[in-house]
Design a protein. Sequence first.
Length: 258
Amino acid sequence: MRAITTAVASGKGGSGKTTFSINLACSLAKIGKKVLIFDADVGTANVHIAFRKKITKTLIDVIEGTTEIEETVQELAPNIDLISGGSGYTDFIDLGIDKIHLTIRAFAALEGIYDHLIIDLPAGISELVVEIMKASDNNFIIGNNDPSSVADAFALLKVLRSHQEKMNIIFTPNKVETLAEAKTLYQKINSLSEKYINLSLRFLGGITATKDYDHSWATGIPCSWEETTSKASAEFRSIAKGLEQPADSLISGVRFVL
Ligand SMILES: Nc1ncnc2c1ncn2[C@@H]1O[C@H](COP(=O)(O)OP(=O)(O)OP(=O)(O)O)[C@@H](O)[C@H]1O
Ligand SMILES: [Mg+2]
C-alpha cells in the first residue's frame, strides 16, 4: 500500500503546524502506523527539537547531491522517523521549482516503508508550500480564531486555488476553547472559500488550547498525553481516523510516491 501523504500548512506563523504535525504522527504511531515526518521548514527546521534529537544529515545534503535521501532518515520514536530540512540556514529557503520537484520525487526511494508521510511546512505562502501541497493527498491548513490568522489562511487558499482548480484541503482550527468554536470557525472560512473562490474545505475536527503542548516542547517529551483518557489524545485520534478514509486523489502533477 502506498503511504498517505499529508501536508500541514497555515497562512500565519505560530498557528501550531509543528505541534499539530508531531501530535498527529504520535496518534498514528500509537495505533501501529509507521510514520515519516518531513520537516520542510527548510533552514529553520525544529521537529527534532521537540524530540531532543540532533540532526545529522538533512534534505540540504540531498539537494546538494552529497547524500541519498535514505541516509537522512532518523528515528525519533517508535514508529516515527524524520527527514529534516536542516536548521541554521537561510540561503536555501528559495529552492526553486526544479529542486522542489526533485525533492518530492526523491521520496520514491523510500517506497513501501511507511503508512503515512506528514509534511510540516513553513509559515506563509511560497513556491515550496504551494508545490508540496499540490503534491500531497491531504492538506491541513491550521488556523487560529483571530482575524489575522483567518485573513492569512484565506490568502493561502486563494493562491492555491489560482494554481489548481480542485484540492483536498482540511481546515483545522487550533488553540480554540471548544470544539463548537472550532466548527464555527471552519464554517466561517469554508463559506468565504465557497463564495469567493469556489473551493470547498473539509473538516475533521479541531484542537483545543492546552498548556500541555508548551509543556511537551519544554520537556522534550512529545506524545506524552495519556492515550485513552486525555482530551488532546481524543482530538488527534479523531483527526487521524479521518485521514484513514482519504478523499479521492485530486493530484494532477508531480506527487509524492512512497
Ligand atoms: N492547541 C494548542 N494549545 C496551546 N498551545 C498550542 C497549541 N498548539 C500549539 N501551541 C503552542 O503554540 C506555539 C507555536 O506552535 P508551533 O511551533 O507548533 O507553531 P508553528 O505553526 O509550527 O510555528 P512556525 O510558523 O514558526 O513554524 C508553541 O508554543 C506551542 O506549544
Ligand atoms: Mg513550525
